[in-house]
Ligand binder design. Structure first.
Ligand code: PEP
Length: 236
């Protein structure tokens, strides 16, 4: 069985004052039966790792190179040295804002593996692609282009995040989630597959009941312990 993960992506939100949220989450789940992973901005990774107790901490992106002349970028070994155990790669906001291609995402996932980090590889279709009926072929292209050789449950997680569901409050039907997760599962039998896109405490239980959903990648509802904790509980 793939591992179960409740993952939070704080995106470009949070300062040291928000570490209270991680402390509250850790005290609400002192010995979680699922993996809890929070990915804060890079400025908070080390501070959060110190305060997180049983909660794992991840980066939101890494460079494909381990070091060098790349102003403003963060290397995977730096995240690992700061206490991270994972890094999100290929989030749709990175693919859009920074023109990241599948090849770039794959190189970043490789860099994560080389640094001993779990790569949380994000994929998902746009609304136009869904309406055109090309969702599964888009997913196939992203999977074959982004997931490196050597991916296993111990170093790779796939997050299926339909772009039209991210931060919009719109959630696919359970059948739509089931179709895509089953499609991914057929290709990656051993990897955890997370669903992402407007997951909340109120819809988490039904989403986690969908076959081949091994957890969630959560944006907005991961910022406050009171919002994220019910999602963790629903997965446990
Ligand atoms: C995300 O950023 O990956 C995400 C799923 O965001 P939200 O939960 O806010 O839709």
């Amino acid at each position: 069985m793939p591992r179960k993960i409740a993952a939070g992506n704080w995106k470009m939100n949070g300062t040291a004052a928000d570490l209270d949220q991680i402390k509250a989450l850790a005290s609400a789940h002192p010995s979680p039966s699922v993996e809890i992973l929070i990915c804060p901005p890079a400025t908070l990774v080390a501070h959060m790792a110190d305060a997180a107790g049983p909660i794992k901490v991840g980066g939101q992106d890494c460079h494909a190179e381990p070091s060098g002349a790349h102003t403003g970028d963060i290397a995977a070994p730096m995240l690992a040295a700061a206490g991270a155990t994972a890094v999100i790669v290929g989030h749709s906001e990175r693919r859009t804002d920074h023109a990241e291609t599948d090849a770039i995402v794959q190189a970043k996932a490789r860099a994560a593996h080389a640094a001993g980090l779990t790569a949380v590889i994000c994929i998902g279709e746009t609304l136009q692609e869904r309406e055109a009926g090309t969702t599964l072929s888009v997913i196939d292209t992203q999977l074959s282009g982004s997931v490196p050789e050597g991916a296993s449950d111990s170093n790779t997680v796939i997050a299926y995040e339909p772009l039209w569901a991210i931060g919009t409050g719109k959630v696919p039907t359970l059948d739509q989630i089931a179709e895509v997760h089953a499609h991914i599962r057929a290709k990656h039998t051993d990897l955890a597959i997370l669903y992402g896109g407007s997951v909340k405490g109120s819809n988490a239980t039904e989403i986690f009941g969908v076959p081949h959903v091994n957890g969630a990648l959560v944006g907005g509802a991961s910022l406050k312990a009171n919002d994220f904790s019910p999602i963790v509980t629903a997965l446990e």
